[in-house]
Design a protein around this ligand. Structure first.
Ligand SMILES: Nc1ncnc2c1ncn2[C@@H]1O[C@H](COP(=O)(O)OP(=O)(O)OP(=O)(O)O)[C@@H](O)[C@H]1O
Ligand SMILES: [Mg+2]
Length: 246
């Protein structure tokens, strides 16, 4: 579970806040989608949860551990798929996976079973001895997704994970998200793809200009707006309303 309490963040020399006092709870046992236009603050929020950025104000707790005062425990409870898969290009795929497994202190048995499972699912088992530099973007994305799952993290965070994946891999990813949510884990992912969010998510948060506009289920959003329409229409209307107010 992830708890974000009144978090604000301004990047160096920026005039506006990237995040403006956002609060959000991402519970266990569901697939939680994080939606918002470009520049809304999705990646910033995810980086604050992973501890690669620090908030100016407010607190972030991962399984109850502060990302500041208890950062190692918080990080241990996270598997993260960043938006950009350009990492460690000089390593071989298998070296990258072993490196991740070392970071999380995985024993031999758990490591080999997990590597075999996820590299088979994503059909990259036969390229693990090649350098990552030789992989296509989608192959790098699959490797990072596999790596993020090796420690069987309680909290799985993914930033635009469908980008670059072929339909087969995207389907497998959605299956894994559902499997983990059903097993009581927390799955939190950002996306621009409204059709995916509509089909996959149990709950959503919509962010725009560093402020959370809505948190709840799609049905709750429909009820709020008084319309039985697609998530895409509701999203565009919600973001548009706020543009006109501000
Ligand atoms: N490293 C940075 N330095 C300065 N400003 C930044 C930096 N990263 C993000 N920002 C600013 O913070 C705000 C939020 O950006 P963020 O990357 O979190 O948005 P996002 O919702 O992930 O967008 P996208 O959908 O395009 O990925 C934007 O105004 C952006 O310009
Ligand atoms: Mg982003």
């Amino acid at each position: 579970m992830i708890e974000i309490n009144a978090v604000s963040k301004t990047y160096n020399r920026a005039k506006t806040k990237a995040l403006d006092a956002i609060s959000l709870t991402v519970p266990d046992g569901c697939i939680f989608g994080f939606l918002g236009p470009n520049g809304a603050g999705k990646t910033t929020t995810l980086k604050l949860i992973t501890g690669s950025l620090q908030a100016d104000e407010g607190t972030v707790l991962v399984n109850g551990h502060s990302t500041i005062s208890d950062d190692l425990k918080a990080k241990h409870a996270i598997g993260f798929v960043p938006d950009n898969p350009e990492l460690f290009s000089r390593l071989k795929g298998i070296e990258y996976l072993n490196f991740i497994a070392d970071v999380y202190d995985l024993g031999k048995g758990a490591r080999y079973a997990a590597i075999e499972r996820y590299t088979t699912i994503f059909e990259i088992a036969d390229v693990l001895n090649a350098k990552i530099a030789s992989y296509s973007r989608g192959m790098k994305q699959k490797l990072i997704i596999a790596g993020s799952l090796l420690p069987d993290p309680q909290n799985w965070l993914l930033d635009e994970p469908m980008v670059g994946l072929d339909p087969h891999a995207a389907f497998k990813l959605k299956e894994l998200m559902r499997e983990r949510a059903n097993a009581g884990k927390c799955v939190f992912f950002s996306t621009h793809v409204m059709e995916v969010a509509e089909r996959v998510c149990d709950k959503l948060a919509i962010i725009n200009k560093g402020k959370i506009l809505f948190t709840g289920s799609l049905d709750e959003l429909r009820e709020l707006k008084g319309k039985d329409t697609s998530l895409e229409n509701l999203f565009l209307e919600l973001v548009d309303d706020k543009e006109q107010v501000s």
